[in-house]
Design a protein around this ligand. Sequence first.
Ligand code: PGA
Length: 257
Amino acid sequence: MSRKPIISGNWKMHHNHFEAIQTVQKLHYRLESDDYEAVDVTVHPPFTDIRSIQTLIEADKMKIGLGAQNCHWEEKGAFTGEVAPGMLAKLDVQYVIVGHSERRELFGETDEVVNKKVKAVIANKMTPIMCCGETLEEREQGEAEAKVERQVREGLAGLSKQMVANLVVAYEPIWAIGTGKTATAEDAEAMCAKVRAVVADAHGADAAAGVRIQYGGSVKPGNIVELMSQTDIDGALVGGASLDADQFAAIVQYRNH
Ligand code: PGA
């Protein structure tokens, strides 16, 4: 089974809606229709930008996929400050990042919470991009594989094979996020292969063959080619470099480098 590459821009808490519009317009200008045929391109702006970007994508018939960075798992209720998955789906959001390490480390999201969110995103006909990854300390203590395995098993628990085959897992070693340090292509490949093996064990061969696995952590135009040449790396989750349309376009166009 051939998996279509997916390259996603996680803007984190950057770009107000004016800056977001400019960035997406510039990105659209830089990308060719061939790029969208070869790669699924998604942008994940802050919530306050989503309506503006939805309108822009629709008006100009852009093939950029609209994404969010998080959501709650309940459909509605007394959850001050939270956003329901159904509200995102109504804005034509197609992808939701779930369990980013910043959510886990800074906002206390557990595997159980991540699992509820993954299910809620799927129930609303959107695609989760479920993140996993170890800290430097965990890597140094030889605990990286066990942690990632647990995150993948628990995060995807209770899903059907079909659901798993259609979602995205992002392996992001925490020590590589925003630090300029990237995992070597070999280390990134080894962990992405591990993720696929865990999916195969938990959900079967078809799910493992279909699930798309991104690498994330200081992805730049200069390292994307080597990362994308690995067998089990199907794409990238890009933070810092996705804020700049030129850099992000250069990453999406890795085939031309
Ligand atoms: P980075 O962030 O590319 O800035 O390292 C990646 C991420 O956190 O998704």
